[in-house]
Design a protein around this ligand. Structure first.
Ligand code: TYM
Length: 331
């Protein structure tokens, strides 16, 4: 059976970008594949979270995975730092990754721009750790949003290099996987870029936001001064509102506002009210379940214990084989 691996960094709460880019697919894929889904807490150390915050965000993301329908009976759900074999494989892979290619990664360049005071080596080798996460279970497919395309390409390069160097097709070359084959990019509310791009309040709608918080954020979303001629091309902020509406509203609602846009009668205030109501209705059941899991620490603990056991079984088998291939052998 084909193997699927994916993860999310616990940097805060999950937003609709994480949901539609990744978690919604996890829920579908766990029915068809052998799936490993994890909380990427090693990865989040690149930004030096406070220890208490790290613990809190891991707990939050675990509750959110479960609330969305990721089911530990149907997949292996674990925390990355519970599987230290990942760190060993990361060390081996670092010997195969060239500094030049890592420096060319778009996300590294972005970090150098956005956090010039903290350009740590972990940021540079982030794609190597991500490769270790994926190939430690010898995965074939990786459900992610569009922003991870380049990382996946690097993962294929490193896996292929390992295979070539050690003369065996040991690792499958992992492919990115989106909804119906296409990788989605969920836009933010601030007019440009993806949801979650900036940590700033207002760009992202979180699964755990209350109805009131959603309404406040959506009503403040950037628009433009409105179309004045029929079939006027849409500005990026307005395209973004429609893209969000397509995710949470029924098709009739979307066509109603598209029609109004074409006829130049659209009132963005009405559209936003509708969008906020549909988002809140969409997330309401998830929000309830998040609260349920957050109130159930012993359940969370049991789930992580079981996940760790299953994930380590797979990871240690891979690492044992990797050690043998590299030439670390018993006398
Ligand atoms: P992260 O934590 O930034 O995001 C987690 C997942 O959510 C998706 N995503 C989006 N998709 C569409 N539109 C958006 N606006 C949006 N924002 C986030 C991301 O594509 C991702 O799938 N490096 C990864 C975490 C990771 C990982 C892995 C993923 C670590 N190891 C191994 C897959 C396999 C990251 O930072 O995602």
């Amino acid at each position: 059976m084909e193997i699927v691996v994916s993860g999310i960094r616990p940097t805060g709460r999950l937003h609709l970008g994480n949901y539609f880019g990744a978690v919604a697919n996890f829920v579908r894929l766990q029915e068809q594949y052998r799936c490993y889904f994890f909380i990427a807490d090693y990865h989040s150390l690149t930004t030096h979270p406070h220890p208490a915050d790290l613990h809190g965000t891991v707990r939050q993301v675990l509750a959110e995975y479960l609330a969305c329908g990721v089911d530990p009976k149907r997949c292996v759900l674990y925390r990355q730092s519970d599987v230290p074999e990942t760190a060993e494989l990361y060390l081996f892979l670092n010997m195969l990754a060239y500094v030049g290619e890592l420096e060319r990664s778009a996300s590294f360049k972005e970090k150098v721009r956005s956090q010039p005071d903290n350009v740590n080596a972990g940021l540079l080798t982030y794609p190597v750790l991500m490769t270790a996460d994926i190939i430690i279970h010898r995965a074939h497919k990786v459900p992610v949003g569009k922003d991870q395309t380049q990382h996946l390409e690097m993962a294929r390069n490193f896996a292929e290099r390992f295979n070539r160097l050690y003369g065996e097709d040991f690792f499958p070359l992992p492919q990115a996987l989106g909804t119906g084959g296409t990788l989605v990019k969920v836009p933010g509310l601030d007019g440009s870029g993806k949801m979650g791009k900036s940590e700033g309040e207002g760009n992202a709608v979180f699964l755990s936001d209350t109805e009131e918080e959603i309404r406040r954020k959506v009503m403040r979303a950037v628009t433009d001064s409105g179309p004045t001629t029929p079939n006027q091309p849409m500005s990026e902020p307005v395209q973004n509102l429609f893209a969000l509406m397509k995710l949470v509203s029924p098709p009739e609602t979307v066509s109603h506002y598209e029609e109004a846009y074409r006829a130049c009668t659209i009132r963005y205030g009405d559209m936003k009210k509708q969008l906020a109501a549909d988002m809140a209705a969409f997330t309401a059941p998830i929000r309830e379940r998040i609260a349920y899991y957050l109130n159930n620490d012993s359940l969370l603990r049991d789930i992580l214990e079981q996940g760790q056991e299953q994930a380590r079984a797979s990871a240690s088998a891979t690492v044992a084989e990797v050690r043998r291939l590299i030439g670390f052998r018993k006398f």
